[in-house]
Design a protein around this ligand. Structure first.
Ligand SMILES: Nc1nc2c(c(=O)[nH]1)N[C@H]1C(S)=C(S)[C@@H](COP(=O)(O)OP(=O)(O)OC[C@H]3O[C@@H](n4cnc5c(=O)[nH]c(N)nc54)[C@H](O)[C@@H]3O)O[C@H]1N2
Ligand SMILES: Nc1nc2c(c(=O)[nH]1)N[C@H]1C(S)=C(S)[C@@H](COP(=O)(O)OP(=O)(O)OC[C@H]3O[C@@H](n4cnc5c(=O)[nH]c(N)nc54)[C@H](O)[C@@H]3O)O[C@H]1N2
Ligand code: SF4
Ligand SMILES: [Mo]
Length: 729
């Protein structure tokens, strides 16, 4: 028996785990009490780290489809099958004929942070899709406009704020997103304990809402009205005060003009929040010593996602809370460097458009809502082969019934994934990466979104499985394969080329001999850390960060509370926070037009449960035990009106499709709103996920509509879907 420490890779909270290892297995996981950031916090998912890694359904060898069945093969054979299937398609039809979909866990692996970009570049296709367009793309776009770069995202300074307004987030279940905060619930309770408040705006009375000082129900998809009502009030009552940001902000007058069309009396009927309460929120945010507005999934996966995300930060700016302690602030991750000076090229989306629907590119990718169009529609640039890496779009993207059928029509498909599931069952070749116990971990994505600056690296807990392959090697071999260097090419070639590139970029071309790290990802991390904001500069700043320093600090290294970073952090052409761009003006006009829009009788929203993890936690018995969680929540008044009985079946239909679900009558949802969680629907044939298949639930994305997107980001609309519900039997 021995103890090992490792960051939990399952959600954005980045908790430190204390693992017990016996006989080459992780037999227990609990919170690491000495961890500098999570201080012993763990949730039920993190506690199953060992079971998830040791899941008997997890693939240990590649699969190749023969005569409609997936059979295990050796790695070389699998790569040879990919070369034979994929390369001729790219040669014959061009690069765009190969599409890629990359999913959420890529944000939680070192291979995703380091080897995905080279793979996308090597394939060279415009048909790149990711889970970002069913998630946070609106925030990237709004931050791109405001601060000049889509990754310059401010996070609420939870540990110091006096007032937190949270819209469309349920961190009591999700543990937080675009705000890495281990023990998010504890940090919220601490706000109250120090005399502050937090307010939740949500169409459901969530667990977070139950703990809040106030919960306001809001009609799904209408947060932009509420927020514009707040902005209107800030101007009307002369409450705008930019604080220390004065001189660093442009466009205030244009925002005033846009907000003129949204007085609280006018927006209240659309969003169902009383006008007096909207005004009150504006006054409270302006008066609080410090305040932060934070919006998440419920503000992004809606028709006005970018406008709503923009409004969140506009309120932060206008109340003087951007970039000050207790407001919203910009983290500085250890593998990154501050900018040398403010100003830059700024951000632009729509550099190209999707072939079939003309939807704009953003951050080099196209909206996943149009993936099925690109596969189904014949012509130049049609997707004939698909590569998926850590994604399950058959459960996670809108109108996924259609996508499921489209995947069946591909000429060739490769999936890098540890499971044979709803998506990968369509693959001709499945390449399963080594599990989390056998790989190192560093959070490239989430340390740049953390509410406190810190650094942590975890080495592999167990030695490599001789029959397995690390995901960096898998992705490297795919890169070499698609660039014509053969199925058998040695991945070391690419590892070394990337290291040389990284050293050059860090201005450390001659320092190769100083780099440490056992694996290729570790060596790249060492370079990034040593050249980063707190780095040792390859010896120039003794005591600074390096891989060795993190290896010697299994509980992480605390780097202190967030620091003000304006103006250095701004990459807009003017070097200021640019509140106004014409694209936003157009969206505000469109929102005006929606003020008096007809309201559907019933709209669908999603929800998350503490023991879920999008679509792939459901094969762990401890995470699915107990009552069926995949129920359709219906308000008692709607249930009465529609003659729906608690525990009975209901048929739910939308423009996109239909399904039947078990009804749960509850006043947790507001009237006119029904809720069904996503990530379920594990009863499709041809999968190898026994536990999940025994608890299948239904796929809520059979109902979501791929034809409606947030125009500026291309993000899918997954909340506020008009539906009809009828009792069955
Ligand atoms: N209706 C509705 N739909 C939603 C949402 C919603 O709120 N409502 N939320 C959306 C959001 S926020 C997201 S992020 C997406 C997620 O969408 P996806 O990323 O497409 O789906 P996941 O369920 O996260 O699937 C992850 C896949 O990665 C595999 N995997 C796990 N670990 C690894 C690994 O280390 N390496 C590799 N290669 N594969 C791995 C799993 O087996 C699984 O197949 O879903 C979205 N869909
Ligand atoms: N347990 C668990 N944790 C997870 C995940 C998981 O699947 N399970 N997924 C992870 C991922 S990939 C992500 S992106 C994060 C997401 O993290 P969160 O954003 O915190 O996710 P949710 O719990 O879905 O909370 C979204 C809330 O928005 C509400 N909502 C829906 N529509 C609207 C609307 O129009 N307006 C407002 N104001 N609210 C609305 C919903 O009722 C819900 O309570 O969670 C991560 N953590
Ligand atoms: S909150 Fe997230 S990071 Fe922490 S233990 Fe749970 S799943 Fe892991
Ligand atoms: Mo997500």
């Amino acid at each position: 028996m021995r103890t090992a420490y490792r960051t939990c890779p399952l959600c954005e909270a980045a908790c430190g785990l204390e693992l017990t290892v016996a006989d080459g297995e992780v037999v227990a996981a609990r919170g690491d009490r000495e961890h500098v950031f999570s201080h012993g916090f763990v949730c039920p998912k993190g506690a199953t780290f060992g079971q998830l890694s040791g899941d008997p359904d997890r693939l240990s060898r590649p699969l190749v489809r023969r005569d409609g069945r997936h059979v295990e093969v050796e790695w070389d054979e699998a790569f040879a099958a990919i070369e034979a299937g994929l390369v001729p398609i790219a040669k014959r039809y061009g690069r765009d004929a190969v599409g890629l979909y990359v999913g959420n866990p890529n944000a939680h692996t070192m291979s995703g942070g380091l080897y995905l970009a080279p793979l996308l570049k090597a394939v060279g296709s415009r048909n790149i899709f990711s889970a970002s367009t069913v998630d946070q793309m609106p925030k990237h776009v709004s931050c791109g406009y405001l601060f000049g770069h889509p990754l310059t995202i401010p996070v609420p300074d939870l540990d110091r704020t006096d007032l937190l307004l949270m819209l469309g987030a349920n961190p009591w279940e999700s543990n937080g997103s675009l705000a890495t905060a281990a023990d998010f619930p504890g940090r919220l309770k601490a706000i109250q304990a120090r005399g502050g408040r937090f307010i939740v705006v949500d169409p459901r009375r969530t667990r977070t809402a139950e703990h809040a000082d106030e919960h306001l129900f809001i009609r799904p998809g209408t947060d932009a009205f509420l927020l514009f009502g707040i902005v209107h009030t800030l101007f009307a009552e002369d409450l705008v005060d930019l604080g220390r940001l004065a001189g660093h902000v442009t466009g205030v007058e244009q925002v005033r003009d846009l907000a003129a069309g949204f007085p609280p009396e006018r927006v209240t009927a659309a969003c169902d929040v009383p006008a007096e309460r909207i005004r009150g929120l504006a006054r409270e945010l302006a008066a609080a010593p410090t305040a932060a507005v934070y919006g998440r999934i419920g503000t992004c996966t809606v028709e006005f996602g970018t406008l709503t995300s923009w409004l969140v930060d506009v309120v932060n700016v206008l109340t003087g809370n951007l970039d000050r302690p207790g407001g919203v602030m910009f983290p500085l991750a250890p593998h990154l460097r501050p900018n040398s000076r403010p100003g830059g090229k700024g951000f632009r989306g729509g550099r190209w458009h999707s072939r079939v629907r003309g939807l704009p590119e953003v951050k080099g990718e196209l909206p996943v809502a149009t993936l099925a169009d690109e596969i189904e529609t014949p012509g130049d640039g049609q997707i004939r082969a698909l590569i998926t890496v850590a994604g399950n779009p058959v459960l996670s993207t809108p109108n996924s019934g259609r996508l499921d059928r489209a995947l069946g029509g591909l000429d060739f498909m490769v999936s890098v994934d540890p499971y044979l599931n709803e998506t990968t069952r369509h693959a001709d070749v499945v390449l399963p990466p080594a599990d989390s116990t056998r790989k190192g971990h560093y959070d490239f994505a989430f340390l740049a979104l953390s509410v406190r600056n810190f650094a942590a690296y975890s080495p592999p807990v167990l030695p490599p499985d001789p029959a397995g392959m690390d995901e960096c090697d898998i992705l490297a071999r795919l890169v070499l394969l698609v660039t014509g260097r053969g199925a058998g090419a040695d991945p070391t070639t690419l590892h070394e080329a990337l290291l040389t590139q990284a050293l050059e970029k860090a201005g450390a071309a001659g320092k190769r001999h100083l780099v440490s790290g056992d694996g290729p990802a570790e060596r790249l991390l060492d370079v990034a850390l040593r050249a980063g904001a707190y780095g040792d500069g390859f010896g120039a700043r003794p005591g600074g960060l390096s891989l060795d320093r993190l290896l010697a600090s299994p509980h992480g290294v605390d780097l202190g509370p967030l620091q003000p970073r304006v103006p250095e952090v701004l990459k807009t052409p003017s070097g200021t926070v640019e509140l106004y761009v014409p694209e936003i003006g157009d969206e505000a006009s469109r929102l005006r037009g929606a003020l008096d829009r007809h309201r559907a009788d019933l709209v669908l929203i999603g929800r998350r449960h503490l023991r879920s993890n999008n679509s792939w936690g459901h094969n762990v018995p401890a995470l699915v035990k107990g009552r069926d969680r995949c129920t359709l929540q219906v308000h008692p008044a709607d249930a009465a009106r529609l003659a729906l009985a608690d525990g009975g079946e209901a048929q739910v239909t939308s423009r996109a499709g239909g399904l039947s679900a078990r009804v749960e009558v509850t006043d947790r949802v507001m009237p006119g709103v029904v809720s069904l969680p996503h990530g379920w629907g594990h009863d499709l044939p041809g999968t190898r996920i026994a536990v999940a298949a025994a608890h299948p639930g239904v796929n809520s994305n059979l109902l979501t509509d791929e034809l409606v997107v947030d125009p500026l980001s291309g993000n899918s609309v997954l909340n506020g879907i008009p539906v009809e519900v009828k009792a069955v039997g």
